[in-house]
Write a protein that binds this ligand. Structure first.
Ligand code: WTA
Length: 549
């Protein structure tokens, strides 16, 4: 499909990424192998620090060779262009190397966050029809439990298994990268909406051009930077800004394999002399809660640029950043679907704390009403973007209708509500739907509700995002119990544990409230909006479609 790109910018910048020939572009070759041709093969690409403090360094040459081995291995298992190959790994080097290897074969790479449990994994693998899953000993049980339900899944590879490693070593470290066209699919990520199961957002190789430009401008990356993006490649930020764009720019990138810990994070910044740091509001607020004196114990003088993404960055966090690090966190706005940063505070733009900044020069953004008519400055409306752009999703996997639902009257509707001020800065207001952002991670209420109703004591459940000072939102579940079941504190804990075990370690309700009846429309849809208004003590609003409540 040939897209109508809105800006001539992309044609003019075409040569900023490395094409295999006139028609072929492969995002993995562009991220890694091209550096071997320009004499940068020995430059450090990845500084990997494990939770136990072990550090491993990989040059671009090493990443190239190891991903070549992976690609050869996958071909030997029958992987073909267009097949879906999924990674289910903790943040270890194999996640990065495997991702590159998959793209090199022309297959479509999918990632699944390591906190996912079997329901979340089954939904993704079933819908994508993945033929291979690459995992590790510590996670493989969860795949084994559902394997019999996945007829298309042929191979489960365990990267820390001795047999796999010995096999991998037998494969050559050179590889003829698949000559994918710019529009061929490169990777897919499942993401949550209000209703139904998560949807497979599919991206094409051409996205790497825009990802490259956006990282250069929004993150101010320069050749000698040491860059740390704290996101996990189970989510879009970790793929785009910790693999595809940063390495396309040839930047030395730090990855920390461990969990969040304030002291540990400052140690990483100090020890590796990080210069550019891309993180998320929840983490920043958690650091803020630990106070400024802790920051001052470390020598963080190397830091020169800070940025944030994923959820609203409140003005207090921006102001605290300036106090603690002497720099502002520059907010960036984008989505899994947009494939790269769209709105941001670029380095030369004056920061207005609390604002997301301005659209990139190549982005046409507008605040429109539900019919696609612009609303006046300072008024709230739908945050919309003019399609198409290279990093925009190409489709929703096996769900054309869903893909098409994003576009109306010639605009892409993001699902976010926002305002534009008279200076052209954009301000986030909230979601237009019920999607929850907890600690920066996108969770669909329907998935949590489905997990809850699988519990034998539950009749039905309604799930909302409840505002939280640190996490942005927490998940709160309103649960109707079966007759005769007593709503005890112990049962609340049990239900939270049940969701953790079946759906995902991060997507469980931190608050559970038992309720006699859920508010529903006459057609039986749970009205989460009403649950939320009641929770927040706000007016309930239009209830004309509500069944008696
Ligand atoms: C929210 C993450 C406020 C927003 C890259 C969006 C933000 C959703 C910001 C996408 C920001 C992202 N300020 N909200 N700077 N950045 N969001 O797909 O609601 O995980 O629609 O992509 O996160 O989340 P996703």
């Amino acid at each position: 499909m040939s897209q109508q790109y809105t800006s001539s910018y992309w044609q003019e910048r075409k040569e900023d990424v490395a094409w295999l020939d006139e028609q072929s572009l492969n995002a993995a070759y562009n991220a890694v192998d091209k550096h071997l041709e320009t004499g940068n093969g020995n430059k450090t690409a990845l500084i990997y620090e494990a939770e136990d403090g072990t550090v491993k360094r990989f040059s671009f040459l090493a990443l190239s060779q190891q991903s070549n081995k992976f690609a050869n291995y996958l071909l030997s298992k029958g992987v073909k262009k267009g097949d879906r190959v999924f990674l289910f790994l903790p943040r270890i080097p194999e996640l990065f190397i495997g991702f590159l290897g998959i793209l090199k074969t022309g297959a479509i790479a999918g990632t699944m966050f390591s906190a996912f449990q079997k329901d979340a994994l089954r939904d993704r693998l079933e819908n994508s029809g993945a033929t291979v899953v690459i995992t590790a000993k510590e996670l493989v049980d969860r795949i084994e439990q559902i394997k019999s339900e996945l007829p298309e899944l042929k191979h489960v590879l365990i990267v820390d298994d001795e047999t796999f490693q010995a096999d991998l070593e037998l494969h050559p470290d050179n590889f003829s990268v698949c000559k994918t066209s710019p529009e061929d699919f490169a990777f897919m990520l499942y993401t949550s909406g209000t209703t139904g199961k998560p949807k497979g957002i599919v991206h094409a190789h051409y996205g790497c051009l825009q990802q490259h430009e956006s990282a250069k401008l929004a993150l101010d990356l320069k050749p000698n930077d040491i860059y740390w993006c704290t996101a996990d490649p189970g989510w879009v930020t970790g793929i785009v800004y910790s693999i595809l764009s940063n390495w396309s720019l040839g930047i030395t990138t730090v990855v920390y394999g461990g969990r969040f810990d304030a002291e540990k994070w400052y140690e990483i910044l100090e020890k590796h002399k990080v210069t550019v740091w891309y993180s998320a509001p929840t983490a920043i607020r958690m650091l803020m809660a630990k106070g400024t004196p802790l920051v001052k114990k470390y020598n963080l003088s190397s830091l020169r640029y800070l940025a944030s993404v994923g959820e609203p960055l409140n003005p207090e966090a921006v102001i605290w950043g300036k106090e603690a690090f002497g720099k502002y966190f520059h907010d960036t706005w984008w989505q899994t679907e947009t494939g790269s940063i769209m709105i941001t505070n670029t380095p030369n733009l004056e920061v207005k704390p609390g604002s997301m900044g301005k659209p990139f020069p190549w982005v046409e953004a507008a605040i429109l009403d539900d019919d696609g008519i612009p609303v006046p400055d300072e008024e709230e409306g739908n945050l919309c973007l003019k399609p198409f752009w290279p990093s925009l999703m190409r489709t929703v996997w096996q769900n054309k209708e869903k893909y098409e639902s994003y576009f109306k009257n010639g605009w892409y509707f993001s699902g976010d509500r926002a305002k534009k001020d008279k200076d052209g800065y954009f301000w986030f207001v909230g979601r237009a739907d019920d999607v929850i952002k907890t600690s920066g991670e996108r969770v669909g209420p329907f998935e949590v509700e489905s997990a809850l109703v699988e519990h034998p004591s539950v009749v039905e459940a309604g799930v909302i995002g409840k505002p939280d000072e640190i996490r942005g939102e927490i998940i709160k579940a309103f649960v109707v119990l079966k007759p005769g079941v007593e709503g005890t504190e112990a049962l609340k804990t049990e239900l939270a544990e049940h969701v953790k075990k079946h759906l995902a370690g991060h997507a469980y309700p931190r608050e559970v409230e038992f309720i006699d009846k859920l508010p529903k429309t006459r057609s039986g849809k749970i009205m989460r909006r009403i649950l939320k208004a009641k929770e927040l003590g706000q007016p309930i609003g239009d209830t004309s479609t509500l069944e008696e409540y």
